[in-house]
Write a protein that binds this ligand. Structure first.
Ligand code: NDP
Ligand code: 2IT
Length: 450
């Protein structure tokens, strides 16, 4: 499928982004997806163009790349590269996760940091956008190796962080365990128990209830809102989730709570079809406890089938939630989903749907909601964690979950209201991009040329 044409008002900005950031394919893709929505905004608000707001938004405020040396259990020296892209702080301290995965390079960190600006803006909370990570591969590494890597990573990064400056959290390959080692090293180096410098902390040392569940739960709350616009619910619906990590597991949990049935999920080796509905206790035991694989799940669960080759999108469903990684749902996957009766696709992961797949889905009338809106529950609850840390308070699970549900409802409604205002009713992509953009753009205008 051919690319859509960019509005002439923003095309030169995109050309400049390509020229100044060669080879950063995912970053180009993320910028393009936002710029495609901004034509009508620039027409309505010439002040944004006058102040070069879009050009400035595409250039990170600061980019940090550093060496991360560490020793493995055999005493050999290992070397990785660390990144933190502090993209935009107009709305608050830089905020966004850290990803540890062998595929990480500057282009991935920048795409994630760029998305994070608009996502964080959409939440309505006081957080700017940033992202970081490393090409370190945690798979197969011992607990002690993970700890030494995290300590070395933080030994460089700490000087750039602070509760009012830059506040990382988790992402792929980074969960409560890694945040613990990172926080421990930050505390040791700075001699400060500065809880608000990282989010996703453990519950006994400054973490927030619901942060672990927040991204998956929030994504399903968003789906619930989409369905509500046509008087539907998740009750009895067949749902397919990709991935089996933090976001996927808690998306599955909330779908089941709301009466739907998740019949398939995956990891990078294959997928499992379990018509009776994924057994969540078993999945958690395998993934969180033993850090095992979906093949282990299939081996331990009667009636579950493990499939390698093909993709999880081959499983017929009404609702699909891509919750693994970028560009995991392509045009072929989209066409297969449509043929299987899928009516709603909501992105739990960041940019999991290729631009071609988005066009295929929308052309078929599938309701499609982008990650920067759907998965904003994670960072929203991080902001609630910062709020609790700042007031040395801790809220109950129920109260925090209600706050999350409220935030997701308001993001959903803001997307639809903005889509209406700009003449594209029902378009969650335009709504999310424009609503996210205008809040941060107005703050940038107010703060002057900085
Ligand atoms: P986890 O590390 O907990 O889980 C990642 C899952 O995705 C695993 O099942 C993993 O499989 C699979 N996966 C990762 N990379 C690939 C790949 N290249 N190809 C195929 N499968 C892959 O990460 P999260 O659940 O935290 O993150 C998932 C997505 O959600 C990411 O896009 C992340 O940016 C996004 N996100 C996360 C938030 C959070 O709060 N954690 C918040 C908002 C968005 P395997 O084990 O085989 O690698
Ligand atoms: O992509 C994301 O929003 C995250 N990985 C969570 C970021 C955060 O700061 O909680």
């Amino acid at each position: 499928m051919t690319e859509t044409v960019l509005p002439s008002s923003v095309a030169p900005v995109f050309e400049e982004v390509i020229r100044r950031n060669p080879g950063e394919r995912e970053f180009h893709q993320a910028v393009r997806e936002v710029l495609e929505s901004l034509g009508p905004v620039v027409v309505k608000h010439p002040e944004y163009a006058d102040a070069e707001v879009i050009r400035r938004l595409c250039e990170p405020e600061r980019q940090i790349i550093f060496r991360v040396p560490w020793t493995d259990d055999a005493g050999r020296v290992q070397l990785n590269r660390g990144f933190r892209v502090e993209f935009n702080s107009a709305l608050g301290p830089f905020k966004g996760g850290l990803r540890f995965h062998p595929s990480v390079y500057l282009g991935i960190v920048k795409f994630l940091g760029f998305e994070q600006i608009f996502k964080n803006s959409l939440t309505g909370l006081p957080i700017g956008g940033g992202k970081g990570g490393s090409d370190f591969d945690p798979k197969g590494r011992s607990e002690a190796e993970i700890m030494r890597f995290c300590q070395s990573f933080m030994t460089e990064l700490y000087r750039h962080l602070g509760e009012h400056t830059d506040v990382p959290a988790g992402d792929i390959g980074v969960g409560t365990r890694e945040i613990g080692y990172l926080f421990g090293q930050y505390k040791r180096i700075t001699n400060r128990y500065e809880s608000g410098v990282l989010t996703g902390k453990g519950l006994t040392w400054g973490g927030s209830q619901v942060r672990t569940e927040a991204t998956g739960y929030g994504a399903v709350f968003f789906v619930n809102e989409i369905l509500r616009t046509t008087g539907e619910t998740l009750e009895g619906k067949r749902v397919v989730v990709s991935g089996s990590g933090n976001v996927a597991i808690y998306a599955i949990e909330k779908v089941h709570d709301l009466g739907g049935r998740v019949i398939a999920c995956s990891d990078s080796n294959g997928y499992v079809v379990d018509e009776a509905g994924i057994d969540l206790e078993l999945l958690k035991e395998i993934k969180n406890g033993a850090r095992g694989r979906m093949s282990d799940y299939a081996a331990r669960r009667d009636g579950a089938v493990y499939v390698t080759g093909g993709s999880v999108w081959d499983v017929a469903c009404e609702v699909a939630l891509p919750c693994a990684t970028q560009n995991e749902l392509d045009e072929h996957g989209a066409a297969t989903l449509i043929a299987g009766g899928c009516r709603v696709v909501a992105e739990g992961a960041n940019m999991p749907t290729t631009p071609g797949a988005v066009r295929v889905l929308r052309a078929a009338g599938v309701r499609f909601a982008p990650g920067k809106a759907v998965n904003a529950g994670g960072v929203s609850t991080s902001a609630l964690e910062m709020q609790q840390n700042a007031s040395r308070d801790s809220w109950s699970f129920e109260y925090t979950e209600n706050r999350l549900a409220e935030i997701m409802r308001s993001i959903h409604d803001r997307c639809l209201e903005t889509a209406d205002e700009y003449g594209t009713p029902g378009d969650y992509v335009a709504g999310a991009n424009i609503a996210g953009f205008t809040r941060v753009a107005d703050a940038m205008l107010a703060l002057g040329l900085v």
